[in-house]
Design a binder for this molecule. Structure first.
Ligand code: NAD
Ligand code: 89Y
Length: 340
């Protein structure tokens, strides 16, 4: 039995707790949150006896193999460093760090222990996205030359996550990070990025629209477009829509989880809707399922001695794209990733 501790019992951690409860061979043995009420509620809901309001005390008492860091980004660095000192495996929420320099230090700190570090970069684990990635990697449409990875919504994300309205940075750091990661999963490493941003909603501080063009090393050009200012019916939150053109055909992941493969003059369409897990709710069930899948993979990686697909080292490349996108938008120029 692998034992885990979870730090941060907030909005999203509840999903992570449900997912852990559904994975055989794992037990969450301790919880930590500096807010005693959230801590007590989560402990009651999931029947966890060991509770801490200070992460230092949690690590001091030990007795677990991995830590799940589900706090918001400002505390990730200190918590990852504590985990490294305690020599435990780590799964940490996105965005991983405040800066690329911090992210590199955090990866090095865990690497030095020989333990596993996975970033909870779950969007590439959504089953509809995964099916598209698998189709592309299987060569179904030949060699890709163009991709559009699109997330456009008007869903009120601020209700559940009020901090999203308060930061200088919003959509690229919070949501775009996932969509950029899908671009990497589909088309591999990126040489250059050009981005524009806009703030449409006057009630928030950061940007809620971002349009990014990526030149991948393999010659693919992809467009990653994100918006939380898009009024559309039906609302598609939280679906990522995909258009991929290849030398032998094209793939479309359309609203309503319809995947179609266009080749040899015909289109074949598949229903790739995610299952509604017993603890999940619409419209988030797509994300909920991906939480269960990524956490299952984290455990499999620990058991098999495998490096996770979204390891800390891998995620440095996604994080660099976020940094480069902000730099490009601020400076009005294309950014070469090699300069970061
Ligand atoms: P939240 O503010 O609701 O919860 C964070 C919790 O962490 C709070 O209860 C807070 O008291 C606690 N906390 C903060 N610092 C702490 C510390 N040092 N020690 C102990 N507890 C501490 O935030 P949230 O909306 O649940 O988001 C958490 C993370 O999850 C964010 O990084 C966010 O980007 C990410 N998130 C990911 C997804 C996804 O699909 N991957 C979706 C939503 C949120
Ligand atoms: O925080 C974000 C995430 O990671 O997925 C969707 C979200 O909850 C709001 O943009």
């Amino acid at each position: 039995m692998l034992k885990g501790a979870l730090i941060g019992c907030g909005f999203f951690a509840q999903n992570q707790m449900h997912a852990w409860a559904g994975i055989e061979g794992v037990e969450i043995v301790a919880l930590c949150d500096r807010d005693p009420e959230r801590l007590a509620q989560t402990a009651r809901d999931f029947g966890i006896a060991r509770c801490y309001t200070d992460a230092a005390d949690l690590f001091e008492d030990a007795g677990f193999d991995f830590v799940d860091i589900a706090t918001t980004v400002p505390t990730h660095k200190s918590l990852v460093e504590m985990a490294a000192r305690a020599q435990v495996h780590v799964i940490c929420q996105k965005p991983f760090a405040l800066t690329l320099a911090d992210a590199r230090d955090m990866v090095s700190a865990v690497q030095a222990t020989g333990k596993t570090l996975m970033i909870h970069e779950n969007f590439r684990w959504q089953s509809a996205v995964r099916r598209t990635i698998d189709c592309l990697r299987a060569g179904t449409i030949g060699t890709p030359f163009f991709g559009r990875i699109s997330f456009r919504s008007g869903y009120d994300v601020y209700a559940g996550q009020p901090y999203l309205a308060e930061g200088e940075r919003f959509i690229i750091e919070d949501l775009g990070i996932h969509i950029l990661d899908i671009a990497r999963a589909l088309f591999g490493p990126v040489a250059q990025i050009t981005a524009t941003t806009a703030r449409i909603n006057p009630a928030i501080k950061g940007e809620d629209v971002a349009t990014m063009m990526l030149a991948h090393h393999n010659g693919v050009t992809s467009v990653v477009d994100c918006s939380y200012a898009t009024r559309r019916t039906p609302e598609t939150f939280p679906q990522t829509l995909l258009e991929i053109d290849g030398t032998a055909g094209s793939l479309r992941l359309d609203a309503g989880y319809r995947l179609s493969v266009h080749k040899e003059g015909a289109a074949t369409s598949y229903d790739v809707a995610p299952p509604l897990l017993d603890w999940a709710s619409q419209p988030w069930h797509n994300i909920h399922e991906s939480v269960a899948l990524i956490q299952r993979d984290f455990i499999d990686c620990l058991l098999d001695g495998r490096t996770p697909e979204t390891s800390g080292a891998d995620n440095l490349e996604t994080f660099a794209l976020v940094e480069a996108a902000y730099r490009s938008a601020a400076q009005g120029r294309t950014i070469d990733l090699a300069t970061l």
